[in-house]
Design a protein around this ligand. Sequence first.
Ligand code: ZN
Ligand code: ZN
Length: 308
Amino acid sequence: MKHILSALCLLTASFWSQLYNAQNTDAYIEVLGVAQDGGFPHMGCNKEGCNLAWEHPELRRNVSSLALVDPVQKKWWLFDATPDIRQQLHDFSQRHKEYPYLPEGVFITHAHIGHYTGLMEFGKEVINTKQLKVYVLPKLKSFLENNGPWSQLVSLKNIEIIPLTADQEVSIGNSLTVKAFTVPHRDEYSETAGFRMLTPKKRFLFIPDIDKWSKWNKSIIEEVKNVDFAFLDATFYDQNEMGNRPVSEVPHPLITETEDLFQKEPAAVKKKIHFIHFNHSNRILWDKAIQGKVRDKGFNIAEEGRQY
Ligand SMILES: [Zn+2]
Ligand SMILES: [Zn+2]
């Protein structure tokens, strides 16, 4: 019963925001996934949360990804190509029959599996796209061009790589711009980007992966103040989830750390934060008490299918 009620609440909230956006010509963000790279439930996981999600498909979550949707151009852009891209594009197309099935372009944060491997579905084995624009920073560009199977997408012109320069805006039409910036993260194959998307009415920030806010050369507090919605790395909830590992060794900001950092900020700043990129161990995925605690402190939790 509880599940049905919460599903109904989610449906109602999503219904009203979708109705509002349907009548409106303002560009908006739609969340296509909220989980960490391995999704929820996780392969091989038989712990509490995963077991619930194996049993109850409505609890399952796709890997974190956003769509920027422009009702004026009738185009949309994908932020991160995840292993769940097949489901995510299908779900998006069902909700937006008046839009093209494929995005106008794809922006990629970095070369960890949850963020770019969905590109493989664009190849000739599957949908065989023609010069689909893929926006990436320089190291990721070179990684895709020089390593299979990605290099085949380039040589067969399934994708056309559009190089981004960090901290420079690119225009995608109708006064919409996207700016990539770099953040500290495990950069084995590529640098790691975050994105700032500007529309005439709203400003968005997307940082699904970062080591620690303190390792960044920018102030996350100032960055959040300068946008209306910030979708931020919330891979882990708190120290308890980490067992005996010292927090300093955990290469993500814990939700409780981000909450503490923003503790003294006004409610209007805190509510801009929408936590995303949840590891399968993060109780925020299934524990209503934890979800309530986060919301009571004035923060938001990104919801799949919801528009912002
Ligand atoms: Zn990730
Ligand atoms: Zn990563």
